[in-house]
Design a protein around this ligand. Sequence first.
Ligand code: PAN
Ligand code: ZN
Length: 185
Amino acid sequence: KYGNPTPEIVFDAKNLSGKPIEKIERKIMDLNMIFKDKGASETMDQNQIVYEVDCYFPVENDTEGGLFFGITRIKPGKVGDEYFMTKGHFHSNRDRGEFYWGLEGEGQLLLMDEKRRARTEVIKKGSVHYIPGYIAHRVVNTGDTELSFGACWPSDAGHDYASIEEKGFSIRIVQKNGEQHIIKE
Ligand code: PAN
Ligand code: ZN
């Protein structure tokens, strides 16, 4: 009646640990399509890890009313002049929202609606970000240390990566003369 007890799962900026944790790794070879400078990404070590996600899925994928929990760690680095970042996605069920919160490091959360209007929020230790439904989201590590953040999203949100792979975001974050700049596509 009261569901299953939460197994012992603990998190910090470096880890999510406990028994039923799933780990996802994204390497340069998985992300060639998202960076602007294709020439630069092709010359890099294709096995280099860009980010890792540790996830806790207490219910089956697509369960209505359930929640998922994850910790994402993005390495510091760039492809050409563009900072390492997540693939980014809309939720397949467009109206599903999400929370992100910063744990360590510093970066930018890119938010874009279906009309491609985009804005950014600074993500850093202690910051809380409510991502409404219908908004694509991507995190960019603009610092020179690992950027770690937590996420909690509905188990029936789903991930639509294809829209972003095809059209990208309407803004990118690049480094020029040692400083971060937002460029419009
Ligand atoms: C997050 C993301 C995670 C990795 O848990 O899935 O940060 O980013 P990509 O999924 O864009 O590669 C989330 O937004 N879940 O919905
Ligand atoms: Zn999401």
